[in-house]
Write a protein that binds this ligand. Structure first.
Ligand SMILES: Nc1ncnc2c1ncn2[C@@H]1O[C@H](COP(=O)(O)OP(=O)(O)OP(=O)(O)O)[C@@H](O)[C@H]1O
Ligand SMILES: [Mg+2]
Length: 502
């Protein structure tokens, strides 16, 4: 007999329907799985057989064919175990086909019949809710919290295969509820802890308000790492849609806490400089999101920027420009969102003391040039703001005067973002000044003639590229927004240009 069961799989961070067909026929006992299954999908045969036997269901020795359609996309993951087991039970007449038709099944099976968690459950839940709000999603108990974020979808979460089968038969499956998330906000790190460093704080405020990339350059102990780590505390709260997207990416990467916590705080990713290009932008035979995608809607912090392999840094070019990464493989190409604010930190020279008020730098001119050239021109060009720091004096540290708290800064950032949202309402995929095209800004960004003239002159003097020209304009627009100024005047442009002069 033949059974067709609904399931879904994840490609990138989006899910698509997969129909699991199971046919049981007379013939030599044998299992075949077709539909481009990867290794772990093929192994579901072993898990499903053992889980069925250990749950008390007898599978007679027949020829079993499982087909996962559409047959032309590669299937990965362990989430097909449950739909295959259910399909087999329908094909064997243990379950009634009509009883399962309103369900979509997802889950891995343990050999004992336990239903185990899978990656990407949130993506599947969002997809099923969009496709057919009336259907019920069967998810592993471990994924209830994340799948439950899609409030409109009915979920059931049986702990074992037996519970699932009995529940379907008797119509007794109860709706699973997600536990409310705890407040996941990190209250610890605040800009109030940082003494002085006003120009760096100003730059980070601008970067936060317009989502611009910022590089902090300074000697050891200047507070670069300290400042960068406080960046999330001045970013606006995530919208619900953004939070869902961030959570979905972490779910696909298998990085959601086991409690299935909803990620309501902007991500802050600080990968170590030993990371590979694939780790940074994503990759693998079955593409997984990299750090740039895990930092989507948040901050990617690259401390000790010049220690990163050059190839890794170069791989950041596409996401920095497009806000997404496309990973191409022979059979498929997957796009992951990657719209992050880049914050980077580095020392100014090999001995690291250039610009230090008391310790002399011992590097030669050529050593410094060589050191700096580790950051390629195109990469340096993509970083909107370069900020030089000097350590604060011990007297200032000792005086320990309380600085402005993050909350006050965030209020200004929020106001500037609100202006941008209104301005770009009609533009797709544009929320901040960093996302808008230079042409749009020149045409409709209210840039005053004298500001344009200044930009022209400075671009020639500094030999700015076309890209840098547009980026300066965007930063100037953000500076104007922080002042709630309708138009961009020459003072705004002059400040934006200061962050370019290196
Ligand atoms: N402006 C400051 N206000 C308060 N504390 C500071 C400040 N600058 C530095 N510190 C103290 O110095 C420590 C070291 O700073 P941090 O690690 O941020 O330096 P860094 O610039 O990243 O140095 P490195 O180049 O060695 O990485 C901080 O943890 C903090 O305790
Ligand atoms: Mg540091």
């Amino acid at each position: 007999m033949l059974a067709a069961i609904r399931s879904a799989a994840v490609l990138g961070i989006d899910a698509y329907d997969v129909c699991v067909e199971v046919d049981v026929a007379q013939g030599l006992p044998h299992w075949t799985i077709v539909g481009l299954p990867s290794g772990e999908v093929k192994e579901s045969r072993e898990r499903v057989s053992a889980a069925l036997a250990n749950s008390g269901y007898v599978v007679p020795p027949r020829r079993v064919t499982v087909s996962l359609s559409p047959g032309d996309t590669r299937k990965t993951g362990t989430g097909f175990d449950v739909p295959i087991a259910v399909g087999l039970l329908v094909a064997l007449g243990v379950l009634d086909a009509a009883a399962v038709e309103h369900f979509t099944f997802l889950g891995e099976l343990g050999l004992d019949g336990a239903v185990r968690g899978v990656r990407g459950a949130l993506s599947v839940a969002r997809h099923v809710a969009r496709r057919d709000g009336a259907s019920t999603l069967v998810v592993p108990p471990a994924n209830v919290n994340e799948a439950g974020l899609v409030g409109t979808l009915r979920l059931v979460a049986p702990a074992t295969l037996q519970e699932l089968v009995e529940g379907v038969r008797g119509g007794t499956l109860t709706t699973a509820q997600r536990r409310e998330p705890g407040a996941g906000h990190d209250e610890g790190a605040d800009f109030a802890d940082v003494v002085g460093q006003e120009s760096a704080k100003r730059a980070l405020e601008i970067a936060a308000a317009g989502a611009h990339a910022c590089l902090l350059i300074g000697p050891p102990g200047a507070g670069k790492t300290m400042l960068a780590r406080r960046m999330p505390s001045i970013l606006p709260a995530l919208t619900e849609e953004e939070a869902l997207e961030v959570t979905a990416i972490h779910s696909v990467a298998g990085l959601l806490p086991t409690s299935g916590e909803y990620l309501a705080v902007r991500p802050f990713r600080a990968p170590h400089h030993s990371i590979s290009s694939a780790g940074l932008v994503g990759g693998g035979g079955v593409p997984r999101p990299g750090e740039v995608s895990l930092a989507h809607h948040g901050v990617l912090f690259l401390d000790e920027l010049l220690e990163f392999p050059r190839s890794a840094l170069e791989s950041l070019r596409q996401p920095l420009e497009d806000g997404r990464v496309v990973i191409a493989r022979a059979a498929l190409s997957v796009a992951f969102p990657a719209r992050f604010s880049l914050v980077a930190a580095m020392n100014p020279c090999p001995c690291s003391f250039l610009g230090h008020p008391s310790r002399p730098c011992v590097c030669s001119e050529s050593e410094i040039t060589k050191y700096r050239s580790r950051l390629s021109g195109p990469m340096a060009d993509r970083i909107d703001m370069h900020v030089m720091l000097t350590p604060v004096s011990l007297d200032a540290l000792d005086a320990n005067v309380a600085a402005e708290a993050s909350e006050a800064i965030r209020t200004r950032v929020d106001a500037a973002r609100a202006l941008q949202r209104r301005r770009y309402e009609s533009l797709e995929r544009v929320e901040c000044n960093a996302h808008v095209s230079g042409r749009w800004l020149l045409a409709r960004g209210r840039v005053e003639p004298e500001a344009r003239r200044l930009l022209m002159e400075a671009s020639e003097a500094l030999q700015l590229s076309a890209r840098a020209y547009h980026r300066v304009l965007r930063v100037a627009r953000t500076i104007a927004d922080l002042e709630r100024s309708e138009s961009v005047v020459d003072a705004h442009l002059a400040e934006a240009l200061r962050y370019r002069a290196r």
